[in-house]
Design a protein around this ligand. Structure first.
Ligand code: 5GP
Length: 219
């Protein structure tokens, strides 16, 4: 997901190659420990990372390399308008959600069941967005399970359905909440609480953006 960069903290500029390399390195562990069969990219920031990761994590089916499908969701983090003491970005609003008509195409249920689902975003800041996404996905999974009539089959599918998160950057700071223990978590790079300037947000000269990386604070 994305919101406007309003940095009042030191800025770290990142190049496409920085991100590609970080994801490539993280992919080894993700493949070994989770081996996803579905990506859910949180837009806009998770789109490019999910696409890079897809190249690294092709599945092998009968000796043929297959792409893992990517589904997109759109989420915006708004400031809560109600309270006196307002925290920045406390309310998540969906602008787009899963397309169950394509997701469920080859299944006799909605398409989430039995899959190893990796949620992809660019950065875990306060974690509000990720907490929301996992909560909503779990609720969709429960709805799909409720439609499975055979109890044995339902429990098999419940057991096989797995959720995990991948972020390119995890800011080491206090988070809005704790993720459930049954959700695996992967980050390519852990960072201090700095403002990360992604190349796809650059609306000026991308070469100049890359050049300024020499001034990045070291961490
Ligand atoms: P959350 O606070 O829910 O973890 O993050 C919400 C969203 O804020 C992220 O998905 C991202 O779009 C944006 N965000 C948070 N920190 C940064 C940052 O350092 N740089 C950029 N470009 N976006 C950020």
């Amino acid at each position: 997901m994305s919101h406007l960069p309003t940095p009042d903290v030191p800025m770290v500029r990142l190049s496409y190659n920085d991100i590609h390399t970080a994801i490539q390195n993280a992919a080894v562990k993700i493949k070994e420990e989770f081996a996803p069969t579905l990506f859910i990219a949180i837009g806009g920031g998770g789109f490019i990372p999910a696409r890079i990761l897809r190249t690294q994590l092709k599945t092998d089916i009968n000796g043929k390399k297959r792409n893992i499908p990517i589904q997109a969701v759109g989420l915006v983090l708004y400031e809560s308008m109600g309270g006196v003491e307002e925290k920045v970005g406390t309310e998540v609003v969906r602008t787009q959600w899963l397309d169950f008509s394509t997701l469920g195409q080859n299944f006799n249920h909605g398409g989430l069941l039995g899959r190893r689902i990796l949620v992809v975003d660019e950065v875990d800041d306060t974690r509000t967005t990720l907490m929301y996404t996992i909560r909503e996905l779990k609720s969709d999974i429960e709805k799909q399970l409720a439609d499975v009539k055979d109890e044995k089959e339902r429990e098999r599918l419940r057991e096989e359905t797995k959720l995990a998160i991948f972020v390119v950057h995890n800011k080491l700071k206090e988070k809005a909440g704790k993720l459930d223990d049954d959700v695996a978590y992967f980050s390519a790079v852990d960072t201090p609480d700095l403002w990360l300037a992604y190349p796809w947000e650059c609306d000026g000269d991308i070469e100049a953006h890359d050049g300024l990386r020499a001034q990045n604070p070291k961490f």
